[in-house]
Design a protein around this ligand. Structure first.
Ligand SMILES: [Zn+2]
Ligand SMILES: [Zn+2]
Length: 205
């Protein structure tokens, strides 16, 4: 499986001791247990997954689903009835980007948290409930000027919007992590996000 291949590739790299212990544990684990944990992660549930193994499991799931998504014909894809979900795998978007390409200029694309598909959604519309009223943009003064949070008063969710015009190098997954201060601020204010980023999961008490 992809997970075993990823673990093998990482084993030859210089790693922190905790990661090396996690990889050793992973090598001895039963495939059935790993399948159960993978399904839990797909449902957005961290329990009973060993937090130290989450990044490796998430990477393996992404490899599998990106490969599946790449094999599909673009013409055969249709938006799902449920708003805001990836038309390929049904996962929530991890972030949105405002694009720079001339034919897409300032268009908003959502990025799948699992299979890396990007799909268009008009701007100033909630990616979770489709509401167009009560949409606001929040950011932290002086920090991450290219990343803001689009909040929806109706469903109380938010999604980060990354403005490629301000920073063409932005990455929806990596910069979701670097802008974690925004998540902390919004979480404290009662807003919730719909997609997990495996790199932001923390061990539960
Ligand atoms: Zn997807
Ligand atoms: Zn909403």
């Amino acid at each position: 499986m992809a997970l075993r291949q990823i673990a093998k590739a990482f084993a030859s790299l210089p790693l922190p001791p905790a990661s090396r212990v996690a990889l050793t544990r992973l090598a001895d684990m039963d495939d059935a247990v790993l399948d159960t944990w993978a399904l839990a992660l797909l449902r957005g549930v961290q329990q009973p997954v060993d937090p130290a193994l989450v990044p490796f499991l998430a990477a393996a799931l992404q490899v599998y689903w990106v490969r599946m998504a790449a094999a599909l014909e673009e013409d055969g894809l249709q938006p799902l009835e449920a708003p805001g979900l990836c038309p390929v795998c049904g996962s929530p978007p991890i972030a949105g980007t405002l694009r720079l390409e001339s034919h897409l200029y300032r268009s908003r694309y959502l990025h799948c948290s699992l299979c890396a598909t990007a799909w268009h959604l008009v701007r100033i519309q909630c990616s979770h409930c489709d509401a167009t009223d009560g949409i606001r943009y929040q950011s932290i003064d002086g920090h991450f000027p290219a990343v803001s949070a689009e909040t929806c008063e109706k469903c109380k969710t938010y999604i980060k919007i990354m403005n490629m015009e301000k920073d063409p190098e932005l990455d929806p997954v990596a910069d979701d992590v670097t802008s974690i201060a925004l998540d902390i601020l919004l979480g404290e204010a009662g807003w919730r996000r719909t997609a997990i980023n495996p790199a932001l999961l923390t061990p539960e008490e």
